[in-house]
Ligand binder design. Sequence first.
Ligand code: PEP
Length: 248
Amino acid sequence: MARKIVAGNWKMNKLADEAQDLFNDVLKGADKLNCEIVICPPALYLQGFNNISKTDVNVGAQNVSAYVKGAYTGEFSAEMLRSLSIPYCIVGHSERRSLFGETDSEINEKIKNLLFNHISPIFCCGETLDQREIGIEKDVVKDQIIKALEGLKSSQIGSIVIAYEPVWAIGTGVTASTEQAQEMHAYIRKVLLEKYGEIAFEIPLLYGGSCKPSNARELFACKDIDGGLIGGASLEAASFLSIANSFS
Ligand code: PEP
């Protein structure tokens, strides 16, 4: 069975002292949870947070360079994350795809570099509203997964976390229904099972898209939903911890 994870994507929010307070509050409240927590703050705060993180509260980057090393001003590499012992990194978030033009082949490079450095990618996939309305959401998600994981061996797949994030639900307040979310998660599991075998049951599949305390319990009760990737609701310790406390 896949382990349970609730990850918080803070995006470009929180000044240093606010971020520290929020991280401390999450640490304080995380003792009695029966899931792993991954906090993905702005990259500037990663090292400081990682030094005080504890078992079952880990940190992750929100992005990484597709390049290995060299003259790429403003970038940081997977190897640099490894040198700081950062265990997770989000890859392929829809905001990176739509606002920064991140391509499937860059996402594939990033995932390979992360795995080479023993960092677990939290790979995001999901369809737009237009794609769902014309009924191609499963094809889109399958295509994203196949391209992102191209060239990986079954032995590497066990280190990956996948977040299904329908683009139309991210930051909009509109959540996928439990039926829509479970149906896509089951489909993703099937795609992984067909391609990589039984290891598919060990891969945490997270739901992301306006997940909040009021809907987390219902979503997390679904058979193939192993937790969540949380944006807006991760910016307050109480709402994030309440979501992380939503496993029955
Ligand atoms: C996200 O950006 O990954 C996300 C899920 O955001 P929100 O929870 O705000 O929809």
